[in-house]
Design a protein around this ligand. Sequence first.
Ligand SMILES: Cc1cc2nc3c(=O)[nH]c(=O)nc-3n(C[C@H](O)[C@H](O)[C@H](O)COP(=O)(O)OP(=O)(O)OC[C@H]3O[C@@H](n4cnc5c(N)ncnc54)[C@H](O)[C@@H]3O)c2cc1C
Length: 335
Amino acid sequence: MEKQLELYDVTIIGGGPVGLFTALYSGMREMKTKIIEFLPFLGGKVPYFYPEKIIRDVGGIAKISGIGLTEQLIEQAKTFDPTIILEQQATTLQKLENGNFIVRTQTGEEHYTRTIILATGFGALKTIKLGLPEAPVYEKTNLHYFVRERERFRGRKVIISGGGNTAIDWANELEPIAAEVSVVYRKDAFPAMESSVTKMQHSSVNIFTPYSITGLTGNGEAIAEITIENVKTGEQKILPLDDLIVNHGFEIDLGTISEWGCDMFDGVIKVDSTMQTSIPGIFAVGDIAYYPNKLHLIAGGFNEGPIAVNHAKQHIAPNEQLETLFSTNTDRFSD
Ligand SMILES: Cc1cc2nc3c(=O)[nH]c(=O)nc-3n(C[C@H](O)[C@H](O)[C@H](O)COP(=O)(O)OP(=O)(O)OC[C@H]3O[C@@H](n4cnc5c(N)ncnc54)[C@H](O)[C@@H]3O)c2cc1C
Protein backbone atom coordinates (compact mmCIF):
# COMPACT_ATOMS: atom_id res chain seq x y z
CA MET A 1 0.00 0.00 0.00
CA GLU A 2 2.82 2.33 0.91
CA LYS A 3 4.54 1.81 -2.44
CA GLN A 4 3.22 4.96 -4.10
CA LEU A 5 3.20 7.13 -1.01
CA GLU A 6 6.09 9.48 -0.39
CA LEU A 7 7.78 8.64 2.91
CA TYR A 8 8.39 11.47 5.38
CA ASP A 9 10.66 11.34 8.42
CA VAL A 10 8.27 13.39 10.53
CA THR A 11 4.61 14.22 10.08
CA ILE A 12 3.48 17.00 12.39
CA ILE A 13 -0.26 16.94 12.93
CA GLY A 14 -1.43 20.47 13.71
CA GLY A 15 -0.07 23.72 12.31
CA GLY A 16 -0.49 25.87 15.42
CA PRO A 17 2.40 27.85 16.93
CA VAL A 18 4.00 24.76 18.43
CA GLY A 19 3.64 22.63 15.29
CA LEU A 20 5.15 25.45 13.23
CA PHE A 21 8.19 25.88 15.47
CA THR A 22 8.61 22.11 15.60
CA ALA A 23 8.75 22.11 11.78
CA LEU A 24 11.66 24.58 11.83
CA TYR A 25 13.66 22.42 14.18
CA SER A 26 12.81 19.28 12.23
CA GLY A 27 14.15 20.97 9.10
CA MET A 28 17.31 21.97 10.97
CA ARG A 29 17.83 18.30 11.78
CA GLU A 30 17.46 17.49 8.07
CA MET A 31 14.31 15.50 8.60
CA LYS A 32 11.87 15.37 5.68
CA THR A 33 8.89 17.10 7.24
CA LYS A 34 5.18 17.41 6.58
CA ILE A 35 2.59 19.47 8.46
CA ILE A 36 -1.09 18.51 8.30
CA GLU A 37 -3.54 21.20 9.44
CA PHE A 38 -7.33 21.01 9.59
CA LEU A 39 -7.98 24.74 9.17
CA PRO A 40 -7.51 26.58 5.85
CA PHE A 41 -4.74 28.63 7.52
CA LEU A 42 -1.77 28.07 9.82
CA GLY A 43 -1.25 29.40 13.34
CA GLY A 44 -3.81 27.47 15.41
CA LYS A 45 -5.48 29.25 18.31
CA VAL A 46 -3.42 32.41 17.90
CA PRO A 47 -4.96 33.80 14.67
CA TYR A 48 -8.23 31.99 15.45
CA PHE A 49 -8.93 33.52 18.86
CA TYR A 50 -6.67 36.51 19.29
CA PRO A 51 -5.24 37.82 16.00
CA GLU A 52 -5.07 41.45 17.11
CA LYS A 53 -4.40 40.99 20.82
CA ILE A 54 -0.90 41.64 22.09
CA ILE A 55 1.27 38.76 23.30
CA ARG A 56 3.98 39.69 25.80
CA ASP A 57 5.25 36.37 27.11
CA VAL A 58 7.33 34.94 24.29
CA GLY A 59 11.00 35.28 25.14
CA GLY A 60 12.90 37.92 23.19
CA ILE A 61 9.78 39.60 21.83
CA ALA A 62 8.63 42.46 24.06
CA LYS A 63 5.20 42.60 22.44
CA ILE A 64 3.66 41.34 19.25
CA SER A 65 0.13 40.90 17.93
CA GLY A 66 -1.25 37.39 17.45
CA ILE A 67 -1.19 37.80 13.70
CA GLY A 68 2.33 39.27 13.84
CA LEU A 69 3.62 36.25 15.77
CA THR A 70 1.81 33.92 13.38
CA GLU A 71 3.43 35.53 10.34
CA GLN A 72 6.87 35.20 11.93
CA LEU A 73 6.22 31.57 12.85
CA ILE A 74 5.04 30.70 9.34
CA GLU A 75 8.08 32.34 7.76
CA GLN A 76 10.34 30.53 10.23
CA ALA A 77 8.60 27.18 9.70
CA LYS A 78 9.08 27.46 5.93
CA THR A 79 12.87 27.90 6.26
CA PHE A 80 13.53 24.28 5.29
CA ASP A 81 10.54 24.00 2.95
CA PRO A 82 8.31 21.46 4.70
CA THR A 83 5.29 20.07 2.87
CA ILE A 84 2.20 21.84 4.20
CA ILE A 85 -1.22 20.26 3.83
CA LEU A 86 -4.22 22.41 4.77
CA GLU A 87 -7.90 21.56 5.30
CA GLN A 88 -7.26 17.96 6.28
CA GLN A 89 -8.10 16.46 9.65
CA ALA A 90 -6.01 13.44 10.60
CA THR A 91 -8.48 10.74 11.54
CA THR A 92 -7.02 7.24 11.43
CA LEU A 93 -3.67 5.67 12.16
CA GLN A 94 -2.21 2.48 10.78
CA LYS A 95 1.02 1.07 12.13
CA LEU A 96 2.87 -0.99 9.54
CA GLU A 97 5.06 -4.03 10.17
CA ASN A 98 8.15 -2.06 9.14
CA GLY A 99 7.49 0.35 12.04
CA ASN A 100 6.28 3.21 9.85
CA PHE A 101 2.81 4.76 9.98
CA ILE A 102 0.05 5.68 7.58
CA VAL A 103 -2.14 8.58 8.70
CA ARG A 104 -5.45 9.02 6.89
CA THR A 105 -7.46 12.19 6.84
CA GLN A 106 -11.16 12.94 6.41
CA THR A 107 -10.62 13.46 2.68
CA GLY A 108 -9.38 9.87 2.33
CA GLU A 109 -5.81 11.01 1.64
CA GLU A 110 -2.98 8.91 3.08
CA HIS A 111 0.27 10.21 4.55
CA TYR A 112 3.23 7.87 5.00
CA THR A 113 5.69 8.64 7.74
CA ARG A 114 8.44 7.23 9.94
CA THR A 115 7.39 9.24 13.00
CA ILE A 116 4.47 11.42 14.05
CA ILE A 117 4.48 14.52 16.23
CA LEU A 118 1.02 15.40 17.49
CA ALA A 119 0.71 19.19 17.85
CA THR A 120 -3.07 19.26 17.73
CA GLY A 121 -3.79 21.57 20.63
CA PHE A 122 -6.94 20.32 22.31
CA GLY A 123 -8.26 19.30 18.88
CA ALA A 124 -9.32 20.65 15.50
CA LEU A 125 -10.85 24.11 15.76
CA LYS A 126 -14.26 23.92 14.13
CA THR A 127 -16.28 27.08 13.73
CA ILE A 128 -20.03 26.83 14.22
CA LYS A 129 -21.38 28.11 10.95
CA LEU A 130 -24.56 29.96 10.08
CA GLY A 131 -27.23 27.30 9.65
CA LEU A 132 -28.74 28.66 6.43
CA PRO A 133 -28.44 26.70 3.17
CA GLU A 134 -27.44 29.79 1.16
CA ALA A 135 -24.61 30.75 3.56
CA PRO A 136 -21.66 28.76 2.06
CA VAL A 137 -21.96 30.65 -1.26
CA TYR A 138 -20.93 33.88 0.45
CA GLU A 139 -18.02 32.57 2.54
CA LYS A 140 -15.50 33.67 -0.06
CA THR A 141 -16.80 37.25 -0.17
CA ASN A 142 -18.60 39.09 2.64
CA LEU A 143 -19.64 36.37 5.08
CA HIS A 144 -16.84 36.10 7.65
CA TYR A 145 -16.27 33.63 10.46
CA PHE A 146 -12.94 35.21 11.47
CA VAL A 147 -11.67 38.75 11.64
CA ARG A 148 -7.98 38.68 10.83
CA GLU A 149 -7.50 42.36 10.10
CA ARG A 150 -9.75 45.06 11.40
CA GLU A 151 -8.75 47.52 8.62
CA ARG A 152 -10.64 45.31 6.15
CA PHE A 153 -13.84 46.77 7.66
CA ARG A 154 -12.95 50.47 7.58
CA GLY A 155 -15.87 52.54 6.28
CA ARG A 156 -18.09 49.44 5.86
CA LYS A 157 -21.55 48.68 7.16
CA VAL A 158 -20.96 45.63 9.36
CA ILE A 159 -23.44 43.29 11.03
CA ILE A 160 -22.18 40.89 13.69
CA SER A 161 -24.25 37.85 14.63
CA GLY A 162 -23.56 36.48 18.11
CA GLY A 163 -23.51 37.56 21.73
CA GLY A 164 -20.39 36.06 23.28
CA ASN A 165 -17.05 37.70 24.05
CA THR A 166 -15.74 37.44 20.49
CA ALA A 167 -18.84 39.07 18.98
CA ILE A 168 -18.89 41.90 21.52
CA ASP A 169 -15.11 42.46 21.33
CA TRP A 170 -15.33 42.80 17.55
CA ALA A 171 -18.30 45.16 17.81
CA ASN A 172 -16.24 47.41 20.12
CA GLU A 173 -13.09 47.11 17.99
CA LEU A 174 -14.84 47.88 14.70
CA GLU A 175 -17.19 50.59 15.95
CA PRO A 176 -14.63 53.43 15.64
CA ILE A 177 -13.60 52.56 12.08
CA ALA A 178 -16.65 50.99 10.41
CA ALA A 179 -19.38 53.15 8.87
CA GLU A 180 -21.92 51.35 11.03
CA VAL A 181 -21.89 48.32 13.32
CA SER A 182 -24.95 46.29 14.33
CA VAL A 183 -25.14 43.25 16.58
CA VAL A 184 -27.86 40.63 16.22
CA TYR A 185 -28.28 38.16 19.07
CA ARG A 186 -31.01 35.60 19.71
CA LYS A 187 -31.27 36.21 23.49
CA ASP A 188 -31.94 39.36 25.51
CA ALA A 189 -28.77 39.20 27.61
CA PHE A 190 -25.23 38.90 26.25
CA PRO A 191 -23.06 36.12 27.76
CA ALA A 192 -19.95 38.28 27.48
CA MET A 193 -17.75 40.26 29.85
CA GLU A 194 -19.93 42.91 31.53
CA SER A 195 -17.50 45.78 30.91
CA SER A 196 -17.39 44.98 27.18
CA VAL A 197 -21.19 44.79 26.98
CA THR A 198 -21.52 48.11 28.80
CA LYS A 199 -18.99 49.72 26.45
CA MET A 200 -20.94 48.47 23.44
CA GLN A 201 -24.27 49.63 24.87
CA HIS A 202 -22.85 53.13 25.34
CA SER A 203 -21.45 53.29 21.81
CA SER A 204 -23.10 53.81 18.42
CA VAL A 205 -23.51 50.04 17.87
CA ASN A 206 -27.11 49.13 16.90
CA ILE A 207 -28.32 46.22 19.02
CA PHE A 208 -31.02 43.80 17.88
CA THR A 209 -32.17 41.38 20.59
CA PRO A 210 -33.74 38.84 20.73
CA TYR A 211 -33.33 38.39 16.98
CA SER A 212 -31.79 35.71 14.82
CA ILE A 213 -30.89 35.72 11.13
CA THR A 214 -33.43 33.85 9.02
CA GLY A 215 -32.38 34.78 5.48
CA LEU A 216 -29.56 36.15 3.33
CA THR A 217 -30.30 38.06 0.15
CA GLY A 218 -27.61 38.68 -2.42
CA ASN A 219 -26.64 38.33 -6.02
CA GLY A 220 -24.99 34.93 -5.55
CA GLU A 221 -21.62 36.59 -5.00
CA ALA A 222 -22.10 38.92 -2.06
CA ILE A 223 -24.80 39.36 0.56
CA ALA A 224 -26.68 42.66 0.16
CA GLU A 225 -29.10 42.35 3.07
CA ILE A 226 -30.23 39.97 5.76
CA THR A 227 -33.61 39.17 7.24
CA ILE A 228 -33.76 38.98 11.01
CA GLU A 229 -36.67 37.70 13.05
CA ASN A 230 -37.64 38.44 16.63
CA VAL A 231 -37.54 35.01 18.28
CA LYS A 232 -40.41 35.94 20.63
CA THR A 233 -42.82 37.88 18.40
CA GLY A 234 -41.86 36.65 14.90
CA GLU A 235 -41.53 40.27 13.71
CA GLN A 236 -39.11 40.55 10.79
CA LYS A 237 -36.68 43.29 9.73
CA ILE A 238 -34.48 43.68 6.67
CA LEU A 239 -30.98 45.03 7.33
CA PRO A 240 -28.69 46.08 4.46
CA LEU A 241 -24.95 45.44 4.93
CA ASP A 242 -21.49 45.38 3.40
CA ASP A 243 -20.16 42.58 5.62
CA LEU A 244 -21.65 39.93 7.87
CA ILE A 245 -19.48 38.55 10.68
CA VAL A 246 -20.77 35.40 12.36
CA ASN A 247 -19.40 34.58 15.81
CA HIS A 248 -21.53 31.66 16.95
CA GLY A 249 -18.74 29.93 18.82
CA PHE A 250 -16.68 26.89 18.02
CA GLU A 251 -16.17 23.25 18.84
CA ILE A 252 -12.82 21.69 19.60
CA ASP A 253 -12.74 18.21 18.16
CA LEU A 254 -9.85 15.87 18.94
CA GLY A 255 -11.83 13.32 16.97
CA THR A 256 -10.49 9.83 16.62
CA ILE A 257 -6.94 10.69 17.72
CA SER A 258 -8.10 9.82 21.24
CA GLU A 259 -8.68 6.28 19.93
CA TRP A 260 -5.22 5.81 18.43
CA GLY A 261 -4.05 3.97 21.53
CA CYS A 262 -1.89 6.66 23.17
CA ASP A 263 -2.27 6.78 26.95
CA MET A 264 -4.44 9.75 27.83
CA PHE A 265 -5.02 11.88 30.92
CA ASP A 266 -8.07 14.10 31.20
CA GLY A 267 -8.52 14.47 27.42
CA VAL A 268 -4.85 15.09 26.59
CA ILE A 269 -1.99 12.75 25.74
CA LYS A 270 0.57 11.59 28.26
CA VAL A 271 4.21 11.95 27.24
CA ASP A 272 7.52 11.04 28.87
CA SER A 273 10.50 13.36 29.22
CA THR A 274 11.37 12.81 25.53
CA MET A 275 7.84 13.93 24.55
CA GLN A 276 7.13 10.39 23.37
CA THR A 277 3.63 9.00 23.88
CA SER A 278 2.96 5.42 24.94
CA ILE A 279 3.30 4.44 21.24
CA PRO A 280 6.96 4.38 20.15
CA GLY A 281 7.50 6.76 17.25
CA ILE A 282 4.55 8.98 18.16
CA PHE A 283 5.35 12.15 20.07
CA ALA A 284 3.14 14.98 21.38
CA VAL A 285 3.93 18.66 21.96
CA GLY A 286 2.07 21.84 22.88
CA ASP A 287 -1.36 21.92 24.45
CA ILE A 288 -2.15 18.28 23.64
CA ALA A 289 0.87 16.97 25.60
CA TYR A 290 0.48 16.13 29.27
CA TYR A 291 3.18 15.74 31.89
CA PRO A 292 3.26 16.91 35.52
CA ASN A 293 3.39 20.70 35.89
CA LYS A 294 2.70 21.26 32.20
CA LEU A 295 2.09 24.93 31.26
CA HIS A 296 -0.26 25.70 28.38
CA LEU A 297 1.90 28.46 27.00
CA ILE A 298 3.39 29.01 23.56
CA ALA A 299 6.88 29.39 25.05
CA GLY A 300 6.62 25.99 26.74
CA GLY A 301 5.70 24.35 23.43
CA PHE A 302 8.74 25.94 21.81
CA ASN A 303 10.92 23.85 24.12
CA GLU A 304 8.91 20.66 23.64
CA GLY A 305 9.15 20.68 19.82
CA PRO A 306 12.95 20.36 19.65
CA ILE A 307 12.92 17.65 22.34
CA ALA A 308 10.37 15.65 20.31
CA VAL A 309 12.28 16.16 17.05
CA ASN A 310 15.58 15.03 18.55
CA HIS A 311 14.00 11.86 19.86
CA ALA A 312 12.07 11.29 16.63
CA LYS A 313 15.44 11.44 14.88
CA GLN A 314 16.85 8.95 17.34
CA HIS A 315 13.82 6.71 16.81
CA ILE A 316 14.65 6.64 13.10
CA ALA A 317 18.41 6.31 13.56
CA PRO A 318 19.07 4.85 17.03
CA ASN A 319 22.84 5.07 16.64
CA GLU A 320 22.84 8.74 15.84
CA GLN A 321 24.18 10.93 18.64
CA LEU A 322 21.68 13.09 20.42
CA GLU A 323 23.04 16.61 20.25
CA THR A 324 21.75 20.02 21.06
CA LEU A 325 21.73 21.94 17.82
CA PHE A 326 22.14 25.71 17.66
CA SER A 327 20.76 27.76 14.80
CA THR A 328 23.39 30.48 14.97
CA ASN A 329 25.72 30.58 12.01
CA THR A 330 27.64 33.08 9.95
CA ASP A 331 25.25 33.21 6.99
CA ARG A 332 24.16 36.73 6.25
CA PHE A 333 20.43 37.31 6.29
CA SER A 334 19.19 37.51 2.75
CA ASP A 335 16.89 40.42 3.54
C1 LIG B 1 -7.75 33.78 24.12
C2 LIG B 1 -6.42 33.11 24.35
C3 LIG B 1 -5.31 33.90 24.64
C4 LIG B 1 -4.06 33.29 24.84
N1 LIG B 1 -3.00 34.09 25.12
C5 LIG B 1 -1.77 33.52 25.26
C6 LIG B 1 -0.60 34.32 25.50
O1 LIG B 1 -0.68 35.54 25.60
N2 LIG B 1 0.59 33.67 25.63
C7 LIG B 1 0.72 32.31 25.53
O2 LIG B 1 1.83 31.79 25.63
N3 LIG B 1 -0.38 31.53 25.31
C8 LIG B 1 -1.59 32.09 25.17
N4 LIG B 1 -2.69 31.30 24.95
C9 LIG B 1 -2.49 29.83 24.87
C10 LIG B 1 -1.88 29.46 23.52
O3 LIG B 1 -2.68 30.01 22.47
C11 LIG B 1 -1.78 27.96 23.36
O4 LIG B 1 -1.01 27.44 24.43
C12 LIG B 1 -1.12 27.62 22.03
O5 LIG B 1 -1.92 28.06 20.95
C13 LIG B 1 -0.91 26.11 21.91
O6 LIG B 1 -0.34 25.87 20.66
P1 LIG B 1 -0.50 24.45 19.95
O7 LIG B 1 0.24 24.58 18.64
O8 LIG B 1 -0.15 23.37 20.89
O9 LIG B 1 -2.08 24.28 19.70
P2 LIG B 1 -3.12 25.14 18.87
O10 LIG B 1 -2.76 26.57 18.84
O11 LIG B 1 -4.44 24.74 19.41
O12 LIG B 1 -2.98 24.58 17.38
C14 LIG B 1 -3.32 23.25 17.10
C15 LIG B 1 -3.69 23.15 15.63
O13 LIG B 1 -3.88 21.75 15.31
C16 LIG B 1 -4.99 21.63 14.45
N5 LIG B 1 -5.52 20.26 14.58
C17 LIG B 1 -6.08 19.71 15.67
N6 LIG B 1 -6.42 18.42 15.43
C18 LIG B 1 -6.05 18.18 14.14
C19 LIG B 1 -6.15 17.02 13.32
N7 LIG B 1 -6.66 15.86 13.75
N8 LIG B 1 -5.68 17.10 12.03
C20 LIG B 1 -5.13 18.29 11.56
N9 LIG B 1 -5.03 19.40 12.32
C21 LIG B 1 -5.48 19.34 13.60
C22 LIG B 1 -5.96 22.69 14.95
O14 LIG B 1 -6.90 23.04 13.93
C23 LIG B 1 -5.00 23.85 15.29
O15 LIG B 1 -4.80 24.71 14.21
C24 LIG B 1 -3.93 31.88 24.75
C25 LIG B 1 -5.04 31.08 24.45
C26 LIG B 1 -6.28 31.69 24.25
C27 LIG B 1 -7.47 30.83 23.92
